[in-house]
Design a protein around this ligand. Structure first.
Ligand code: SF4
Ligand code: SF4
Length: 85
């Protein structure tokens, strides 16, 4: 299976109402509210791309943009080929 890697968090500050739902649900404490009560990604390097923040935001104000790496897909194929032998 392809592995997802974080590209960026796209946050629409006009739409974010500072409810903190995404901050609460993030399992890796990546997100915080800033002094203007808008969400920011303070620890993007810890993001595991679970997209819970994006899925839970009632205002569609946060999007987790990812890129796919096919490192695992290649590994799977190699495993399958050796099993066939
Ligand atoms: S859940 Fe959405 S509206 Fe609420 S703080 Fe997060 S980004 Fe902002
Ligand atoms: S994708 Fe998951 S780990 Fe990353 S910021 Fe959102 S909730 Fe946190």
């Amino acid at each position: 299976m392809a592995r997802l890697k974080l590209k960026e968090h796209v946050i629409n500050r006009d739409w974010c109402k500072g409810c903190g739902i995404c901050v609460h649900f993030c399992p890796k404490k990546v997100l915080e509210l800033d002094s203007q009560e808008k969400v920011i990604a303070v620890r993007p390097e810890d993001c595991i791309c679970c997209k819970l923040c994006e899925l839970r935001c009632p205002d569609l104000a946060i999007e987790v943009v990812t890129i796919q790496t096919n490192q695992e897909a290649q590994t799977d194929q190699t495993t399958r080929m050796s099993e066939d032998d």
